[in-house]
Design a protein around this ligand. Sequence first.
Ligand code: A3P
Length: 296
Amino acid sequence: SARAVKQVVSPGQILEGVLLFQAVVENWENISNFQARPDDILIVTYPKAGTTWMQEIVDMILNDGDVEIRMRAPIHVRVPFLEWPPLMNEESGINMLSKMASPRVIKTHLSFHLMPKSFWEQNCKLIYVARNPKDSMVSYYHFDRMNLLKTAPESWEGYFQDFMQGNVTFGSWYDHVREFWEARKKHRMLYLFYEDMKEDPKREILKVMKFLEKELPDDVVDKIIHHTSFQMMKDNPMANYSSFPETIFKQSISSFMRKGVVGDWKKHFTVAQNEAFDEHYGAKMARTSLRFRMEI
Ligand code: A3P
């Protein structure tokens, strides 16, 4: 039942400084010993940064913009979630990946220091998507209200504090975005921003194509931009998680494809919260060259 499942997932356990689902920690041997293949493509994010959006973009690019092929299966099957534990009728990410033909595209939310070493040994390509922390927080809050695997947030203020302290699943937003930023030049990594993707999807999609060494005619690129827009993905049953069990994602509480904009935080943050956040953020980000846009 969903309740029994909830007990294996929450409240979670800390592994090397990162709060993870209980079931992920229990399956850790298998996850950290994961065998990468040289042509694996990784999509890495802190939750709610636009992971699904990038999954859809990469899947469409690899399939030359074919709109039928991308309807072959839901996005979490086309691009498996590496650390997803075996729950209810859903297969574990590791199992799905072991049976998959190359080239595999793999989603993960693991922190840099928790990544299976095999990805570095095989020199896999990695696309990192980062999103500004205010919108990430708001998006994660609404997601945690509808994700029945987790205890629903008691209040927005409580969630606000927990997020700043890194007391949410997958740990500190700050650590996540900074670790990958510092590592970006030592690995085959493309580091992108949600805000840039919203501002100019074509420019960012062309970066992804170049990184994947894929050339496509202009009309195909336009087709990919169109089919990966927020509204098209919201209406696409193979992208909007409507095929995912209602006992896990209760979308009547909040849609997975919720708003898809930059700056929705302004409707949630109070003036006092915004001041407190900016001060905390300034201190946390003082020693990095990584910069975010809270609005575009
Ligand atoms: P909001 O909750 O702010 O709407 P993830 O896939 O990492 O879980 O991220 C989910 C967030 O990305 C949600 O943000 C969702 O609406 C947004 N999103 C998904 N597809 C998108 C798209 N095609 N364009 C813009 N935003 C998108």
